[in-house]
Ligand binder design. Structure first.
Ligand SMILES: Nc1ncnc2c1ncn2[C@@H]1O[C@H](COP(=O)(O)OP(=O)(O)O)[C@@H](O)[C@H]1O
Ligand SMILES: N[C@@H](CC(=O)OP(=O)(O)O)C(=O)O
Length: 452
């Protein structure tokens, strides 16, 4: 039996008009049995995402601040959707009761925050399945607990547990034609709601696709395809037709927010192709992510960029001869719950690239003090405001001239390179630059690699 998993992102389920569009897409293909939905997203550029307001609601309630306006915004948004879809008003009363009982529950704050964040997806899934039923579809809402989505106990950063896949496979036999599953969260073994990292409905989609052994995982969003560069930086960039899991993971990791980087692994392990398509233009083929693709003349498929990094620089004469230096350095970071992204190193120097949001000024000072004292380092410093650029493509490692092209483009744009990391990955080349240079760097690289 051929089955597809279709995930609809926040922009695809942002209001009644969009929900009607996704219903047509679901009805169009009877193999679209598993539907994963996000919370209502942005309806236009300056709009808000429901998840952001839910977080503000949780925070203000916890700080005993004024929270009622956030509650009103959330209820109003769901009310509009329910009214415009001609669904019974009892549904909005149920949603309101659920939100109020969740915020006033006596759960510890981290648990409550996750339970509140999950409400956007959960309530929207209930609304969408009720709508599908109202138009005659044999659809049902399926809670992630009943679906068997068991995750690790890390609030806001869940990982799927292996045992989930067997239970998910059994969903294939479910008597309904369409199962609507809320994205973004699962349940820990202890029964707590735990969310994935932000943008994590893509992860739910990939997990369900892997579990039910789908023939295709369709990820519906608001762009016609994955573009070679971020369309918010370059106008109308070229589209990518096909790319490999590995290429997509690197690009997503480095800023192609169209697809979550952690959503690739479950699909990759079971070789399930991923199609990224536009809800507003569903007849277009979109972008296909697969295990292997034909060799292309220009091996570079995409160039991603992301900000919010910093470099922790450590210098010590004879570092290369000191057994265990790296281990001790990482141990200091581990004790402060700081993970690292990259570690370019020299003979007497080591740089550790870290995502800045993990550091507070106090944590930063503590880490630097420990490195100085415990590792007897000569120099320790932290440089903020770093951006990374990732040039990605299978075959990059064995293609002559990629670095030359990249450095020419950066030179033409007057951009200083703070760091180069090449050879650690066989599909990417990384540059570190100042965050304020990102747009001009990407525009120049796009010109060099895709227009010349
Ligand atoms: N290289 C890229 N190709 C396509 N979209 C990109 C790229 N980089 C960033 N994006 C952004 O990703 C957005 C879609 O992702 P997201 O906002 O998470 O959608 P959804 O609401 O479907 O979850 C696009 O509107 C676009 O602004
Ligand atoms: N709603 C969640 C999860 C998600 O995946 O949303 P979206 O599909 O709108 O990116 C978030 O905003 O993080």
């Amino acid at each position: 039996m051929s089955v597809k998993v279709a995930k609809f992102g926040g922009s695809s389920v942002a209001d009644a008009k969009q929900i009607k569009k996704i219903s047509t897409i679901i009805l169009d293909d009877p193999t679209r049995k598993f539907v994963i939905v996000s919370a209502p997203g942005k309806r236009h550029e300056n709009d808000f995402k429901m998840t952001d307001i839910l977080i503000l609601l949780a925070e203000t309630y916890n700080n005993q601040d004024v929270f009622e306006n956030y509650l009103d915004i959330i209820i109003k948004r769901f009310s509009e959707i329910i009214t415009d879809l001609n669904l019974p008003s009892t549904l909005i009363h149920e949603i309101k009761d659920t939100i109020i009982s969740t915020i006033s529950s006596d759960l510890p704050y981290v648990r409550k925050l996750d339970a509140i964040k999950a409400l956007g997806e959960d309530c929207n899934a209930k609304v969408i399945s009720t709508y599908l039923e109202s138009i005659g579809v044999n659809a049902t809402y399926m809670n992630p607990k009943d679906a068997g989505i068991v995750v690790s106990n890390e609030p806001g950063n869940a990982q799927i547990l292996q045992e989930s896949f067997q239970s998910l496979y059994e969903l294939r036999e479910h008597h309904c034609d369409v199962l609507v599953i809320p994205g973004f969260f699962g349940y820990s073994k202890e029964g707590h709601i735990v969310t994935f990292s932000r943008g994590g409905s893509d992860i739910t989609g990939a997990i369900v696709a892997a579990g039910v052994q789908a023939n295709l995982y369709e990820n519906f969003t608001d762009v016609d395809s994955v573009f070679t560069v971020n369309p918010n930086i370059v106008n109308n960039p070229k589209e990518i037709k096909t790319l490999t899991y590995k290429e997509m993971r690197e690009l997503s990791y480095a800023g192609f927010s169209v697809f979550h980087d952690e959503a690739l692994i479950p699909a990759f392990r079971r070789s399930i192709p991923v199609a990224i398509k536009n809800t507003n233009n569903p007849s277009l083929p979109g972008t296909l992510v697969v295990s292997e693709k034909q060799k292309q003349e220009n091996c570079v498929v995409g160039i991603a960029s992301d900000t919010g990094f910093c470099t922790l620089y450590v210098g010590k004469y004879l570092m290369n001869r000191e057994l265990g230096f790296g281990r001790k350095l990482f141990h200091i970071l581990e004790n402060e719950s700081v993970s690292f992204e990259h570690t370019p190193s020299g003979i007497d120097d080591m740089s550790v690239i870290i995502r800045e949001h993990q550091l507070t000024p106090e944590k930063e000072a503590k880490i630097m003090k420990k490195i100085k004292e415990e590792l007897k380092a000569d120099t320790v410093s932290i440089h903020h405001n770093l951006a990374i650029i990732m040039i990605v493509g299978e075959g990059i490692m064995n293609t002559i001239g990629i670095a030359k092209k990249a450095t020419t483009a950066l030179t033409d744009a007057g951009v200083n390179i703070n760091m180069i990391n090449q050879g650690s990955s066989d599909v990417s080349m990384m540059f570190g630059i100042n965050a304020e240079d990102i747009d001009s760097a990407i525009q120049s690289l796009y010109h060099e690699f895709f227009e010349n």
